[in-house]
Design a protein around this ligand. Structure first.
Ligand SMILES: Nc1nc2c(ncn2[C@@H]2O[C@H](COP(=O)(O)OP(=O)(O)OP(=O)(O)O)[C@@H](O)[C@H]2O)c(=O)[nH]1
Ligand SMILES: [Mg+2]
Length: 439
């Protein structure tokens, strides 16, 4: 399970899927000139379609599943005369972004991790088509007036989860204006206040761009010196920016002297190094925030001092007035585009590798798998899996009860009733209908 603070970083969807039912087997007899009683020629029903889920690189989020939540595969067609088999139902193919975790809603079991493009999982198997009466012809029954019904397709509710990975992470000391910046450049609406640790869990925001790709920025709780020893909040949240393409390191240059701004910068870098030294190699954009609180000269002096001492550029901005935020956005877009072309080159959409799925069948119970029981004076009930099975799956255009009794007789119906003390003339209830017991 995901902990509370991680929940907001996971895109989820819940869908209902139902595979197609098998078509029914047909009851039909050949009709030809001069042949009065042609043999049985009822064909089998077609199999129901399956529901597949395929990993694609063409989707980035699960927002599609906000709009469409129900996916049904086609039912198989019924069989017909002339031994003609019904057409199988068409499969339903659903696409989901690479990286989607698929879980069964009821059991919470992970069904699949769609970690590669083209990976396919069958979410629901179609039911097998019923058998036509042709299949029931035997030496003792030349005119079978029975067929079987198709099996129902599987259905289930499925949870889809996609971990959202931020492209850009905003880091820095508490109260420097990280949340203010994300609220200006993205659609995020975080809490902003003038005290440390206003942000208690990471915020994600989408930066919309003129072209079709947006990108995601994350604002993590402020880091402080000694964060790696457990002081403050931000350290554990660094895992959310571990996969970022770049960091925006936010410094408050209004309240501090140049030397303190520089030491603040290195202190945060040190904490990041403690977390994972690899992260120091990531691209970074350093911004000096709250420039509206100083005159131009002070701003220029502080940024110049910073660059002279560190050898790194710093972009003066103001989250409040919006000064240079467009420039910041442009720099971020450049980073995203550099990465995009690289990522695009990796994105070779693979043709889905559909598995060969056998249709769902039902186990035919042993014909003796039923019981007779005295339920009152002179009244007996016959019940069990064999009774249920034949009641559910046999179709006939003759008398079904007669078929059922004859069938159960193969499983010793009469002797089971006699064992329970049934006598001629007693009432026997099978499948909700009453009969007189005759010997
Ligand atoms: N004058 C001025 N104030 C700013 C600017 N940016 C942020 N602030 C103020 O600074 C305070 C802190 O801003 P936040 O955006 O909450 O800072 P934060 O870095 O997210 O803080 P934490 O979540 O505690 O780490 C708020 O009172 C903001 O209004 C700015 O450019 N100019
Ligand atoms: Mg904040």
């Amino acid at each position: 399970m995901f902990s509370r603070e991680e929940k907001s970083l996971v895109d989820t969807g819940k869908i209902y899927v139902k595979a197609g039912d098998g078509g029914n087997g047909a009851i039909s007899f050949r009709r030809e000139k001069y042949i009065p009683h042609g043999g049985p020629d009822g064909g089998d029903g077609g199999n129901g379609g399956n529901v597949f889920l395929v990993a694609t690189t063409k989707m980035n989020t699960l927002s599609f599943f906000q709009r469409k939540k129900k996916f049904l595969a086609e039912n198989g067609e019924n069989g017909s005369g002339g031994k003609s088999t019904g057409k199988s139902g068409k499969d339903e193919v659903i696409y989901s972004p690479v990286g989607t975790i698929v879980k069964d809603f009821e059991t919470d079991e992970i069904l699949s991790d769609l970690d590669k493009p083209g990976k396919v999982i069958c979410l629901a198997r179609g039911g097998e088509g019923g058998k036509g009466n042709t299949k029931f012809k035997s030496s003792i029954n030349q005119v079978p007036r029975i067929a079987t019904k198709g099996i129902e397709g599987e259905e289930r509710e499925v949870i889809l989860q996609l971990k959202i990975l931020a492209d850009i992470g905003l880091i820095g000391l508490p109260n420097v204006g990280k949340s203010s910046i994300i609220s200006k450049i993205s659609n995020a609406k975080p809490k902003i206040a003038n005290y440390n640790f206003t942000t208690l869990k990471p915020n994600l925001g989408v930066v919309n761009m003129a072209n079709k790709y947006g990108f995601i920025v994350a604002d993590v709780p402020g880091l402080i010196e000694g964060a790696h020893t457990g002081i403050g909040l931000g350290f554990n949240f660094l895992k959310h920016v571990e996969r970022c393409k770049a960091f925006v390191h936010v410094l408050d240059i209004s309240h501090e002297e140049s030397k303190d701004i520089i030491s603040n910068y290195y202190n945060i870098r040190k904490e990041i190094e403690f977390y994972n030294p690899e992260l120091l190699k990531r691209k970074e954009i350093i911004v000096g925030n709250k420039c509206d609180l100083m005159d131009k000269e002070t701003m220029e002096k502080k940024t110049k001092d910073f660059t002279e001492k560190t050898g790194k550029p710093i972009l003066p901005i103001s989250a409040v007035t919006g000064f240079n935020l467009d420039k910041l956005k442009e720099k971020l877009i450049d980073i995203i585009n550099e990465n995009k072309s690289y990522l695009e080159s990796l994105k070779t959409e693979k043709a889905p590798d559909f598995p060969d799925v056998q249709p769902l069948t039902t186990n035919v119970p042993y014909i003796g798998d039923f019981k007779a029981k005295k339920i009152d004076e002179g009244i007996f009930k016959v019940f069990g899996p064999a009774v249920d099975h034949y009641t559910k799956y046999i179709r006939t255009n003759a008398d079904f009860q007669i078929f059922l009794i004859n069938k159960l007789e193969e499983g010793n119906l009469t002797s089971k009733l006699l064992e329970q003390g049934a006598q001629e003339g007693d009432t026997v209830i099978i499948n909700g209908k009453e009969f007189d017991f005759k010997l």
